[in-house]
Ligand binder design. Sequence first.
Ligand code: AP5
Length: 190
Amino acid sequence: MLNLVLFGPPGAGKGTQAEFLIKSFGLIHLSTGDLLRSEIAAGTALGIEAKNFMDKGELVPDEVVIGMIKSKLDANKEAKGFIFDGFPRTVDQAKALDVLLNENGTPISGMLCLQVEKQELIDRLLSRGKVSGRSDDQNQSIIENRITVYTEKTLPLIEYYKPQGKHFDINGMGTIEEIAGRLQEVVEKL
Ligand code: AP5
């Protein structure tokens, strides 16, 4: 079983690259952002609560996202492995994920950290906001807040995985295919 954390700031290309990894390695893609947006679209109580945080670029409370991941892991016990995209985002989420995966006997194999320059992140998200209408891509100040929240609350996760020898930096600049090739090379070794 191969369990990967696809890591990086908003707009780094996590969702885009997850599509390639699913095809190459037959893993299940678990994006907490996508799961939360599905809850919002369905108008559930969880979605209504989450929207307040997401529209401002703030993190949804840990217990909400950990609960969503737990139910997805429970529902996919026969999976070959998972790509966690946008999760974990805090050290408490990473610790909770370790507990959940230890129950299945397979810990995280690697944390793949996409590195992209800040202006490129902003340009990518503003372009997507124009066509997708995603509420948290709509203006530069929300995007900048998402990047600040990432720097303050999520980036420290590197120090959680690094001592375990699981952290891999990947250059996230260039064409989608070039980046996919770099990821493929690292994941094949795992
Ligand atoms: P989430 O949905 O996870 O958003 P994010 O981390 O901000 O990431 P994005 O989806 O914006 O970017 P991405 O890295 O996936 O890039 P993508 O491939 O889409 O989270 C949204 C919100 O939900 C959070 O702010 C928070 O409120 C909440 N949330 C989610 N998870 C949570 C958690 N665990 N805990 C608490 N709260 C949580 O690409 C972006 C764009 O760039 C696309 O248009 C793409 O086509 C384009 N692009 C990609 N690669 C390239 C390239 N190489 N060149 C040019 N363009 C490219």
